[in-house]
Design a protein around this ligand. Structure first.
Ligand code: NAP
Length: 516
């Protein structure tokens, strides 16, 4: 059994006790242990600030980008071995594992490319300078890296992409990173981090990691530090109400729960309709529905309900549940026994106000799993009779292979009322060809989401599924989703930078900043 250590003050250290056990969620076989007990987190963070920060700030964007490219390549070179780890500890099918690992390497590469484009500077000029009096006395805005450490806390569902997407942005901005992956699926996170750290690519202190519980990590943060958190809203609330956040103004970004929507418009062309079925089915099955961006609420015009039920049912019936090590399995287990308990409790809650639109006729019999073992959940499509009256569907995120059909009258107004009941989300996808309805949906759903995916019949075949987070587009969302903004190319870097207005002799300011 492996012991996952933490990388602090330039060395790997093991926790002082046995810590938590990581298992294979398909077989319940123990795989590793992780403990953070006894790790001096105050010193770990100070080391990152004092050693990693200055070293990164001395580099240009192009140089930082080159580091990201090397990180990506080091991980990619071990892709096959990492896929096996994701299957073992994450309950991932091969496809699920690639989605996570290739997401990590792809995002690092995308930010490497951005670094190349930003070039030989070390700070960013934000917008054009403007003349205050004549052309000499000017006002500028610049964005320079904060002088602290970026603490990253990840959710269990994307152990590779989860740390890499945050690290890519912070490192390119010029901040050192101390990352804490979720414990239950940390095997993949740890191996990817170890590959990068042991390759010695980064300046000392630029990247550290914690295996095991967060402990007092957040108590040692100050004014120049940043926390980027991904996880459940209950944990987010604790982080936001923490002492360091309140009394020292630590910068916090939250990526939390979301009851994402797929909205089918009336009279959608065949290609848009097919894409709608494809995306809902993918989100119910990929990673066993454990994606923050997964579609949970499926809005369907009343006239289309029967064929949606039928088409989705047929797709789900073909989706084999079982041990993800087997090639024919499409839906692996959820990550832990606790997750399974939560999902089943959530399903019971949703069922109080909905009926079953599709469920497996023979119940759950996971393929290739030892009898009675594994944290499997059968896929389930529910349906509400009255979309707005089914309040639990709009309040409770069931983090498993479950979605609910919500009928509506085909108007943009009613669709918007139903969507708003979710109180803000990461992504809504809209399928159809009626331009007036698409325009109305854009206007009414945009303010409630970090991202909208429009799928009309002309681009339906090529459209990227709403569950895929692209490095150059914003990830995050208002309200329930936490109010955060990550990625989005340069936009995500703002979290790690202080924006400062500078007034003075314009040509001199340009020369001091090294930009003219
Ligand atoms: P979680 O229980 O909130 O845990 C998230 C992370 O927080 C883990 O690393 C956890 O560590 C850590 N943590 C727990 N208590 C903490 C505390 N008091 N202080 C600091 N850190 C603490 O969430 P999860 O179960 O891993 O993830 C599932 C949730 O994440 C879902 O609700 C999903 O929607 C959301 N999610 C959102 C996004 C997004 O981008 N918006 C992406 C993925 C997932 P341990 O593992 O050691 O407990």
């Amino acid at each position: 059994m492996e012991t996952l250590s933490s990388y602090v003050e330039g060395k790997w250290v093991e926790g002082a006790d046995a810590g938590a056990e990581l298992v294979n969620p398909a077989t319940e076989e123990p795989l590793a242990r992780a403990s953070s007990t006894g790790v001096d987190l105050e010193r770990a963070l100070a080391f990152a600030r004092e050693r990693g920060g200055p070293a990164l700030r001395a580099l240009t964007f192009a140089e930082r980008g080159a580091l990201l490219e090397r990180m990506s390549k080091v991980i990619f070179a071990e892709r096959e071995r990492l896929i096996e780890l994701a299957i073992a500890n994450g309950g991932n099918t091969r496809g699920d594992a690639k989605f996570d690992i290739d997401g990590a390497t792809g995002t690092l590469m995308a930010y490497a490319e951005l670094g190349r484009r930003l070039g030989e500077q070390r700070v960013m000029v934000d917008g054009a300078p403007f003349d205050i009096a004549g052309s000499r006395l000017q006002g500028w805005h610049v964005r320079a890296p904060r002088l602290g450490v970026a603490v990253h806390i990840g959710a269990f569902n994307f152990p590779a992409w989860g740390w890499a997407e945050k690290a890519a942005v912070a490192l390119l901005a010029g901040m050192p990173v101390f990352t804490k992956p979720a414990t239950s699926t940390a095997l993949l996170a740890w191996h990817t981090l170890k590959l990068v750290i042991d390759a010695g690519l980064l300046p000392e202190g630029a990247l550290g990691c914690l295996s095991g519980a967060a402990g007092d990590l957040l108590e040692h943060l100050g004014e120049q530090d940043v926390v980027a958190f991904t996880g459940g809203s209950a944990t987010a609330r604790k982080i936001l109400s923490g002492e360091s956040r309140i009394s020292r103004g630590v910068h916090v970004n939250i990526e939390a729960d979301s009851l994402n929507v797929a909205l089918l418009l009336p009279s959608a062309g065949e290609a848009a309709f097919d894409a709608f079925i494809r995306d809902v089915h993918r989100d119910m099955t990929q990673k066993a529905g454990q994606k923050c961006t997964a579609i949970r609420r499926v809005l369907v015009p009343e006239a289309d309900l029967a064929r949606v039920r039928e088409r989705l049912g047929a797709e789900l019936a073909r989706s084999v549940v079982g041990n993800p090590a087997l090639e024919q399995v499409r839906i692996g287990p959820v990550a832990t026994a606790a997750q399974r308990r939560d999902v089943l409790a959530g399903i019971a809650r949703l069922r109080e106000q909905t009926r079953v639109a599709w469920e497996a006729p023979d119940g759950l019999s996971p393929l290739g799993a030892p009898s009675g073992k594994g944290f499997f959940v059968a896929p389930l499509l529910l349906e509400a009779e009255d979309a707005l009256a089914a309040t639990h569907v709009h309040e409770h995120e069931v983090f498993g292979p479950v979605a609910t059909l919500l009928p509506y009258d085909g108007t943009a107004e009613q669709a918007a009322r139903i969507v708003r009941a979710g109180r803000g989300g990461l992504v809504a996808s809209i399928y159809g060809d009626d331009r007036a309805l698409l325009a109305a949906a854009l206007e009414s759903l945009g303010p409630w989401h970090g991202r909208l995916v429009l799928v009309d019949s002309k681009i339906a075949e090529k459209s990227v599924a709403p569950g895929t987070v692209l490095p150059n587009l914003l990830h995050g969302g208002p309200g329930r989703a936490g109010g955060g903004e990550e990625l989005g190319g340069e936009r995500g870097m703002a979290l790690y930078q202080q924006r400062t207005a500078i007034q003075g002799n314009g040509p001199l300011i340009g020369r001091l900043l090294g930009v003219s």
